[in-house]
Design a protein. Structure first.
Length: 412
């Protein structure tokens, strides 16, 4: 792979944000070049073997999930966390059937679970992490909550890197590229605490019957502006370094995933920045993670070669995403009156019912959780948990799971 060399890095305390780097070529010929980094395929493959890709999914078209699954490089483990409908038209059952078939054909390692499985609630409770449970002791709705489940399963597999891919992507080839881009980022990283965030080259839209290759999404442009403002007002130097504030497509080293705090739902991605600025930035009040502080936290921002074409979820969804994103900035420890007033101005009538932006629901780091225990608690008890390993026939796995649950196996 050939990728732009990062020309500038913005340093804020222990956080190092590299300027956007373009993918120049998905494969390469091994030529050293002062303007580009050549990453051999073997190096990418080495990272892929240590990477789990989590797919959060909620009521997406089954064809899209199928394409995403088929696109993820074979060397990665895949973890599907679904919050899809189960009553009447059981979408989750369709997903499970599709995943099972996919595994039978490919033998790729794949784990899956339903977010509302009561045994998940029990497992979280038993490992001492109940921050994402609702009053009925079920995991709350939310993409972020699904991602946390996935991260624990990835940790239980002993993975060093954890990446995410949305399930509503229309171009499987782009998903494959995203995963390779994550691997390239980790290869370039010098710190064990690093994150790779993708910036799509284009996000095509149909405008007056023609395809228009838009550069920026409506929410991401605004979120980036405010994250940069937060940085600028704290350093005294204007910056535009943050271009991936809402990057749903991102990946982290497991070491970093362990020490991050997470915001609920769709505010999870902008909050990554806010949390890192607050906890590891220039004005951090205490050093909670000395290893990370001294190693530095590296953030790579990579511009993909492929465009991103995904399902549109409507105006309300966009509004909520903007609100969630700007609430993270508004409630940052680093936010001053000027930035707060700008956030309020931007949100204008979206705020409507609230006088000021609500605090995001936050979930503390997952590093202290015994992930193996978490998975063991699910094995044999959870009705929806599936663990399809390489080289195992799925019937065997399912028979074993059914035997543990005392059920007979039904063909699907
Ligand atoms: N497990 C789970 N639980 N998955 C969910 C849930 C949930 O409650 N809600 C949504 N998802 C899944 C969707 O099915 C999809 O695969 C993914 O999470 C992203 O949700 P979308 O509803 O498609 O979000 P989006 O496309 O508008 O926004 C995406 O891109 C933004 C950047 O432009 C998300 O990834 C955002 O987080 C991101 O900021």
């Amino acid at each position: 792979m050939l990728i732009d060399i990062s020309r500038r890095t913005e340093i804020f305390g222990s956080v190092k944000i590299h300027e956007l780097q373009r993918i120049l070529k998905l494969d390469s010929g091994g030529f050293e070049n002062p303007r580009a980094k050549d990453i051999p395929f073997n190096a990418i493959k080495d990272v892929l073997r240590r990477l789990a890709i989590i797919i959060p999914v909620k009521d997406e078209k089954i064809h899209l999930l199928d394409g995403v699954l088929r696109a993820i490089p074979f060397d990665c483990s895949v973890i599907v966390v679904s919050n899809s409908r189960r009553e009447n038209h059981d979408i989750y059952k369709m997903e499970q059937d599709m995943i099972t078939n996919f595994h039978e054909l490919t033998q790729q390692e794949i784990l899956s679970i339903h977010q509302k499985d009561p045994e998940l609630g029990v497992a979280f409770y038993d490992v001492g992490y109940d921050f994402l449970l609702d009053r009925d002791d079920l995991v709350r709705d939310g993409k972020s909550e699904g991602m946390i489940i996935g991260m624990l399963l990835a940790k239980s597999l002993g993975k060093d890197f954890i990446g995410f891919a949305d399930a509503d992507n229309y171009i499987p080839g782009s998903v494959r590229e995203y995963v390779m881009d994550y691997a390239a980022g980790f290869f370039m990283s010098e710190s064990p605490y690093s994150m790779v965030r993708l910036h799509w080259r284009y996000k095509p839209k149909v405008v007056e019957d023609r395809l228009y290759f838009k550069k920026w999404g409506r929410v991401s442009e605004t979120t980036n502006k405010f994250l940069n403002l937060l940085l600028s007002t704290n350093t005294g130097f204007e910056t535009g370094v943050v271009v991936t504030g809402n990057a749903g497509e991102h990946a982290m080293t497991t070491k970093l995933a362990d020490i991050m705090s997470y915001s609920t739902g769709f505010s999870i991605e902008p909050y990554h920045f806010v949390y890192l600025f607050d906890a590891f930035g220039l004005k951090a009040e205490k050093i909670a993670y000395p290893d990370a502080t001294s190693a530095g936290i590296e953030i790579f921002q990579i511009e993909t070669l492929n465009p991103h074409l995904h399902e549109e979820k409507g105006e309300e969804h966009i509004k909520n995403m903007l609100l969630g994103s700007l609430c993270t900035v508004y409630n940052s420890k680093l936010c001053n009156d000027y930035v707060r007033s700008k956030v309020l101005e931007e949100l204008g009538n979206i705020l409507d019912l609230w006088e000021k932006p609500k605090k995001n629901i936050l979930m503390p780091p997952i590093g202290g959780i015994d992930a193996s225990k978490f998975r063991k608690l699910l094995e044999g008890k959870s009705e929806t948990y599936m663990c399809l390993k390489q080289g195992t026939t799925n019937e065997g796995e399912r028979e074993e799971e059914g035997r543990i649950r005392g059920e007979s196996i039904q063909s699907v």
